[in-house]
Design a protein around this ligand. Sequence first.
Ligand SMILES: [Mn+2]
Length: 251
Amino acid sequence: MVGKWPEVDLSAGAAVIGDLHLDTADEERAKSFTRWLEALAVPRLVILGDLFDAWLGPGSAGERGAGEVIAALAAARERGVLCDLVPGNRDFLLDGSFERTSGCTLHPAGALGLLADGGRAVFVHGDELCTEDRAYQRYKRLARARAVRWLGARLPRGLARAIGRRLRRASSRAVAAKTPAYKALQPAAARDLAAAAGAATLVCGHAHQARDERLDAGLRWIVLDAYGGERDELRIGAAGELELVSSTREV
Ligand SMILES: [Mn+2]
């Protein structure tokens, strides 16, 4: 293990998606994802965060949409699909009880994927690369503090739902008010993170805009579209090759 990133084996056929932004209260939206998941025949699925648009602790798990998703993940695990989840900025309160019920393994700081060709790719949600967004980075430190987690674990379900709605509105206002440069993923941050992880490739989501480019020093930087977008899935090939595809393509 290099640094804080747990290693996961990315064998041929493994799939990576992210930014589904599912509403824990919306069973119908959840079903469009769970149907996709039911048809998925891969050895491993990595979800790069923001699976849920807002997750406020175990109170959220009791909602119908969340229940649908958790059951589908558990069924996939039963079929032999290993599932890894790197929590995002919207669902960083996912915890051990979610791990137990869904069968997913959580990687709060990201994960280091080991590829068939001996290569290493580091997987993060991507919000940690918005280093120019000082207000957001301050918010993130506060929101992830132990006291906030403690509160989240004890919120009654109705209150959790009401707070979730308010957070979503406030967050979309804040995003709309900022200049694009401000909320952009920073290449320098991508370089530093990949170097710290000893990885030649960095894969993330969060920006909701796909890219597959080479930064100087040979680093490959792949960003996935939000789930449902044109290039919303990363597939791992037999020789460890990485390709952005559409999750809705014929399989
Ligand atoms: Mn995000």
